[in-house]
Design a protein around this ligand. Sequence first.
Ligand code: HEC
Length: 139
Amino acid sequence: MKFVAIATMATALLAAPAFAEGDAAAGEKEFKKCKSCHMIADGDNSIVKGGKTGPNLFGLPGRTAGSEDFKYGKDLAAVGENGLAWDEAEFVAYVADPKAWLKEKLDDSGAKSKMSFKLKDADDAANIWAYLVSVSPES
Ligand code: HEC
C-alpha cells in the first residue's frame, strides 16, 4: 500500500503538461533490461555502461532511426532513410515488437530486426523513454 501511495503522489507531482506520463526514475531501473545490449554514452562520458550488441541510446529522443555509428540491419536503416525520428509513440511501438514495427513501417512482411528483445509493457517503455529524455541534451 505504501508503494501505491508514493506512486500516486509521484504521478501527481509529474502531472505537469510538458511531461509524458513516463516516470524517469522507474525507467532508470527498467533500463537494466536493455543494458546487456545498449550503453548510454555521451562521447567518452559514460552514463550507463552497457553492451555493444545494440547502438548507443544517448540522445535517442528526436534522433533519426538507424543513425548511430553502428552496423544496423538494412530494414531499420531504411526506416531512418525514410526520415523517421524517434518520438515516444514510435519508441514504445518499436520496443514492443521491433520486427512487427519494421514490417509495418516498410510495408514489407519480410522485414527483419537485429533486435530480438521485446518489451511488451507499454508503461515500462514509457518510463524508459522518460529516462532517455532525462539523460539527453536539452533540445
Ligand atoms: C539482445 C540485445 C538487445 C536488447 C536486450 C535490447 N536491444 Fe535494442 N537493439 C538491439 C540491436 C541489435 C539493435 C539494432 C537493430 C537493427 O539494426 O535492426 C537495437 C536497436 C534499438 C533501437 C533503435 C536505435 C536507433 O539508433 O535507431 C532502440 C530505440 C532500442 N534498441 C531500444 C531498446 C530498449 C529500450 C531496450 C530495453 C527495453 C532494448 N533496446 C533491449 C539489441 C538489443
